[in-house]
Each structure stands twice: as structure tokens, then as C-alpha cells.
Write a protein that binds this ligand. Structure first.
Ligand SMILES: O=C(O)CCC(=O)C(=O)O
Ligand SMILES: [Fe+2]
Length: 249
């Protein structure tokens, strides 16, 4: 599977009417969704995310700022595994906390990980002039010059509390989320929720398969907890459209 498959799919999959409606919605509300971004390409991306032996790490706010390899957790005792979850839940009642798995594509590629090539191709595609131009036309923002990305996996009990994505150092202009879980239902949780100053939810995006969610940064949002009975993990490729590349270090 190569970028060659994704390139034409990208152009074909987003119809002019859907694109225009999505751009209008973003201009009006600061958030939008583009349905079926890659058409059938979403199936191939979903299959790639399921490939075994990938360097998933579990991330949550902790004093060391350390992610824990999921392979390490899987090999540890149920008590140690539960301890990580308890630490995240303890800080989640108020304030910022999160718990989910992620697969960082840049480091995975550098480490020669067993990650299917199509996921690296996707990150490359997100940084082609053609795609950046798509992003600039969708947002009307000519500053967009770079896209970063990681794969995320929310298992039952995983969540991301309210936050704004503001990060002055990295010049995040827009956040994007490409949803890659087939057949997701609202009752399964994992909802992308936008909050107003009073703490009410003003809009909710169900993570519909193949849809690209885009929203202006900063704005308050959260991912609600995935239900114990969800039909599978909530998978996405997510990141930010930026004015310049991330500096290393
Ligand atoms: O997965 C999502 O829908 C949003 C993720 C998010 O807000 C983030 O990673 O900062
Ligand atoms: Fe966010």
C-alpha cells in the first residue's frame, strides 16, 4: 500500500459540495467535519492500525512525563496495570488528566518498528503540498505549513479531560482527528465534545468512520470516557496543522 493509493483517493473521496459545506461550517463555528476523507482508503488504514507488534505506549499525566510501553504493561501484574489506571483516575476528577494509547509515527519510523508502511505514507501525505493546500483551502488560513500526526487508541475506561490544545511554542493553528473505528455508536462514549465557558457541551462529534474532524485552536474540548461495552477501541490519527515544523529536543 503506498501513497499512490491514497493520493487519488484523497482527491476523489471529498466531493466539492461536501468540501464547500465543511469549509463554510468551519468559518461559521470554528469546527467542522469532512466525511469519507479517503473513501475506501479508511479500511486499509484501519487494518494497518490493527497490525501486531507496534510500539504502542500508554500516556497519562504523571510527574515524570513518561509514557509506558503497552508491551511492558501487558507483561506486568494486574495490580501494576491497575495502578496506572488508578493514577490517571485520581487526577481526573478535577483538572486535566488523560489516559489512552498512542503510536507516534515519527519515532516508530526511526526505530524501524513493525508499523505498516501505509501509516508512514499517511503522515507523508499530510505534509505534501497538495494536502497542505487542501488544509489551507478548508480553513482559509494560508499560514498552514506543516502537519504532525500520531495514531491514538482509546480502550474502555480511556478518556481525555477538557483542554484547549493551546501551546504557544508549537504554533498549533487547527487540530484534526481522522476517525478510524468502523461502526462507532454514540453510546460507546469516546465522543469529541466542545464546551463553553459555563461548562456546557455545545457540540459533540461522534467518531464516525473515515470522517476528518477539524477545529480551530484554542478551544475547549474533551474526549468522553469509552464505555466498558464499546464494540472495540476508538482509533484515530490525530495531530495539528501548524505554521512551522516542530523543533526537536
Ligand atoms: O481524539 C480526539 O477526538 C481529540 C483528541 C485531542 O483532543 C487531543 O489529542 O488533543
Ligand atoms: Fe485536544
Amino acid at each position: 500500500m503506498s501513497a499512490a493509493l491514497l493520493d487519488p483517493a484523497l482527491k476523489l473521496a471529498v466531493g466539492e459540495a461536501d468540501f464547500a459545506a465543511a469549509a463554510e461550517r468551519l468559518a461559521r463555528t470554528g469546527r467542522t467535519r469532512v466525511p469519507g476523507l479517503f473513501g475506501d482508503g479508511a479500511e486499509a488504514l484501519h487494518a494497518a492500525i490493527l497490525a501486531p507488534d507496534q510500539p504502542w505506549v500508554r500516556t497519562f499525566l504523571n510527574p515524570l512525563g513518561a509514557d509506558i510501553p503497552v508491551a511492558t504493561l501487558d507483561a506486568s501484574s494486574p495490580e501494576d496495570q491497575a495502578h496506572v489506571t488508578q493514577q490517571a483516575y485520581a487526577g481526573a476528577t478535577e483538572g486535566l488528566q488523560f489516559l489512552f494509547d498512542r503510536l507516534r509515527l515519527g519515532p516508530a519510523r526511526e526505530a524501524g518498528a513493525a508499523t505498516p508502511q501505509i501509516l508512514f505514507d499517511l503522515l507523508d501525505l499530510f505534509n505534501t503540498e497538495a494536502f497542505l493546500d487542501f488544509a489551507r483551502r478548508l480553513t482559509g488560513d494560508d499560514r498552514i505549513a506543516f502537519s504532525d500526526g500520531q495514531v491514538t487508541r482509546y480502550l474502555p475506561g480511556h478518556f481525555l479531560n477538557r483542554h484547549s490544545d493551546a501551546n504557544p511554542k508549537t504554533e498549533r493553528l487547527y487540530a484534526y482527528v481522522l476517525n478510524l473505528s468502523p461502526g462507532w455508536r454514540a453510546e460507546w462514549g469516546g465522543l469529541l465534545q466542545f464546551l463553553d465557558e459555563g461548562g456546557d457541551i455545545t457540540e459533540t462529534f461522534v467518531p464516525s468512520f473515515g470522517a476528518l474532524n477539524v477545529f480551530a485552536v484554542p478551544q475547549m474540548h474533551a474526549v468522553s470516557t469509552v464505555a466498558p461495552f464499546a464494540g472495540g477501541p476508538r482509533y484515530s490519527v490525530t495531530g495539528w496543522w501548524r505554521a512551522k515544523p516542530l523543533e526537536r529536543g
